[in-house]
Design a protein around this ligand. Structure first.
Ligand code: SF4
Length: 367
């Protein structure tokens, strides 16, 4: 069997590897040894797994593989944000972003090559969905970069917020999160993992029932008409339904839900928009991340003035919300929020100004 058609052990949880090797007559505990080699030692071949018998390693190499995507390019911003372009086995590309913090990195991970949600302000959505990523392609963005980072700050936070809608690739994303938070996997606390969604309400409820991680919702408007215009997903899951799912979501510990609000000049940045937002979220235990829109060549929306951003924030603060103005990092290399398109930034100037179609446009026309 050609190697690329063998199952990838990085697509499996501990329990699945146990089942895989048990079906081939090996003891279950070998699965824990394999997981440690993959996620603790960063092994790139079965040969490196020296506490497994040689004949078992040879047998494994004929049954499975452990390949990871290649890093094709790394761009570094003036603010030290890094954008990493990965090439997948089938030639598609995805991007991850390393965002600097105080003595640590936050990694923004992609879950799909492209996206079919069609948010009007997002460059990733312009090209539509190419395909969803496998669990190994999600976790490898972390493991490959953990290995590549020099001594010093390490990855401490993981946000599933890069290219794609994580809840539109639910099974693979859930499995990736299980590997990320497993003691035998990457060992991250569930409090260090955040999933950001555009608002697939039923899947939010499902996620809450399956696993406990932080949740962020890309909101961007407090009225259905405006939100549907910006985010076609709102036509299928309007605000009432979305907020109902949010209210039922079990956050880890006493943590707050995060609502992300991208401010676009003249679109959703007025005092009235802020007051609507205050009213909409009044009974939710939440905080708000405000992000000034990052323009890209051909974008239909504009960055708001500092004054309007500040006035918007003040209205939220006066109403006792935690409203943090997020500095856009990596703008010069098109690594900022909504700017990822799976290409090196020098070729990103071809984005069309016309709104893309989305998975929800057809449904809307039918409705
Ligand atoms: Fe997809 Fe997120 Fe972009 Fe919307 S904002 S099109 S969900 S990647």
């Amino acid at each position: 069997m050609p190697e690329h058609s063998l199952p990838n052990l990085r697509d499996m949880t501990l329990e699945e590897i146990e089942g895989f090797i048990a079906a081939r007559g090996k003891e279950k505990y070998r699965a824990r040894q394999i997981m440690k080699w993959l996620y603790w030692q960063g092994a790139a071949s079965f040969d490196e797994m020296t506490d497994l018998a040689k004949d078992f390693r040879i047998a494994l190499a004929g049954l499975a593989r452990i390949g990871q995507p290649d890093v094709e390019a790394i761009q570094t911003s003036f603010d030290t944000t890094k954008k990493i372009l990965f090439r997948l086995e089938d030639g598609l590309s995805i991007e991850s972003v390393l965002i600097p913090g105080k003595n640590h990195w936050t990694i923004c991970v992609s879950t799909q090559a492209g996206c079919r949600m069609g948010c009007r302000f997002c460059l990733t959505g312009q090209g539509g969905l190419k395909r969803s990523l496998r669990p190994s392609e999600i976790t490898s963005q972390i493991t490959v970069l953990q290995r590549a980072l020099p001594e010093g700050p390490q990855i401490r936070n993981i946000v599933l917020m890069g290219m794609g809608e994580p809840l539109d690739n639910y099974d693979a994303v859930l499995k990736a999160i299980r590997i990320i938070t497993s003691d035998y996997g990457l060992g991250f606390s569930n409090r260090k993992v955040t999933l950001s969604t555009c608002g697939l309400a039923p899947m939010i409820e499902k996620l809450g029932a399956d696993i406990c991680i932080n949740l962020a919702i890309s909101l961007n408007a407090a009225e259905n008409e405006k939100r549907s215009e910006l985010m076609p997903v709102n036509r299928k899951y309007p605000l009432k339904e979305l907020l109902h799912a949010c209210r039922n979501y079990p956050m880890p510990g006493r943590r707050m839900l995060t609502f992300e609000y991208i401010l676009m000049a003249g679109v959703n940045d007025s005092a009235r928009d802020a007051e609507k937002l205050v009213d909409l979220l009044k009974d939710l235990h939440c905080k708000l991340n405000l992000i000034a829109f990052n323009e890209y060549p051909g974008s239909a929306y504009k960055t708001p003035s500092q004054e309007s951003v500040s006035a918007f924030q003040q209205i939220l603060l006066k109403n006792h919300y935690t409203a943090i103005l997020r500095a856009s990092k990596g703008r010069d290399i098109f690594a900022a929020c909504g700017q990822l398109n799976g290409e090196e930034s020098h070729v990103s100037s071809t984005a069309p100004a016309t709104p893309p179609s989305s998975a929800f446009d057809t449904e809307n026309r039918r409705g």
